[in-house]
Design a protein around this ligand. Structure first.
Ligand SMILES: NC(=O)c1ccc[n+]([C@@H]2O[C@H](COP(=O)([O-])OP(=O)(O)OC[C@H]3O[C@@H](n4cnc5c(N)ncnc54)[C@H](O)[C@@H]3O)[C@@H](O)[C@H]2O)c1
Length: 274
């Protein structure tokens, strides 16, 4: 179930941050890539960078929230690559704010991309991999899909859903020789806050920006860790130590976590970010 050398790959949200890092990391493996994004300028730049590193890249405009766009992406990847060894469902956005304050329109927006975007990818690509009895689906969730925090319920809800979807899909595809990995990083620097929406408490955005800046891992490290997990056939990829510790403690004593430890950590982070 590991990724072959010179893999044929599709990456969504490939125009920025982690998606670009995946494409560039895969370029080192001699990959042939279909790089997709809703924003063409960013993904064209990713393609230029990857071609400089020797990769073959086809650019596709694709809004993952639209089923017909993802269906067309699967068809064009089949035509261009003759099969897909790795699908990276990476495209994602952020919405901050407390329940009741966040516009329902923002809820619908984040669900349509972070959840339905991944559903669309799995729906159109998994049957093709099943038929070939080969391939790997890498879903980008977040540590926010394992442990929830106040002020980011829309993001938490979609990322918990991606973890659940991936856990079910792992069991469905394993008998067919197809792997599934769900990636759950904590904060690292990308453009996700700038592109985000919501009625978030500015203190929350400040904390998030500070945590991103303080990350010891960058997008390239996160992409590399996820690909290593996929190579090893692992279901979970949790690259950061703080993510692994938070998840372990939350599973050990979930109510105590949400009553005491989570709020204490949040107030510490708020104090530190001034
Ligand atoms: N940056 C972090 O701290 C962090 C932590 C955990 C998980 N993640 C996840 O990593 C993934 C990538 O985000 P990032 O941090 O690189 O952010 P980013 O904003 O830098 O990149 C996201 C990319 O997705 C694209 N995109 C947005 N909506 C789209 C749509 N409807 N269809 C297709 N493409 C779309 C954007 O154009 C952009 O190129 C997301 O799923 C995010 O939730 C990020």
């Amino acid at each position: 179930m590991s990724i072959p050398s010179r893999p044929r790959v599709v990456v969504t949200g490939a125009g920025s941050g982690l998606g670009r890092a995946f494409v560039l990391e895969l370029a080192k493996r001699g990959a042939r890539v279909v790089a997709a994004d809703i924003a063409v300028a960013g993904v064209e730049e990713t393609a230029r960078m990857a071609r400089e590193r020797g990769a073959e890249v086809v650019v596709e405009k694709c809004d993952v929230a639209k089923a017909e766009d993802v269906e067309a992406l699967a068809a064009s990847a089949e035509r261009a690559l003759g099969g897909v060894d790795l699908l990276v469902n990476n495209a994602g956005v952020a919405v901050a704010g407390e329940v009741g304050d966040v516009d329902l329109e923002h809820w619908r927006w984040i669900v349509s991309i972070n959840l339905m975007g991944v559903v669309h990818g799995c729906h159109y690509f998994a049957p093709l991999m099943k038929r070939r009895k080969a391939g790997h689906v890498l879903n980008v969730a977040s540590a926010a899909g394992l442990v929830a925090a106040p002020g980011m319920a829309p993001y938490n809800a979609t990322k918990f859903a991606v973890v659940g979807l991936s856990e079910a899909l792992y069991q469905e595809l394993r008998p067919h020789g197809v792997g599934v990995t769900v990636l759950c990083p904590t904060f690292f620097p990308t453009n996700i806050l700038e592109a985000g929406r919501g009625s978030g408490d500015p203190r929350f955005i400040k904390v998030a920006a500070k945590l991103m800046k303080a990350s010891k891992l960058d997008a390239n490290d996160v992409a590399r860790a996820a690909l290593e997990a996929a190579d090893g056939g692992h279901l979970y990829s949790i690259p950061m130590g703080d993510g692994r510790v938070m998840w372990a403690l939350k599973r050990l004593a979930p109510e105590q976590w949400y009553r005491r430890v989570g709020p204490a950590l949040l107030s510490l982070a708020r104090k530190r970010s001034g």
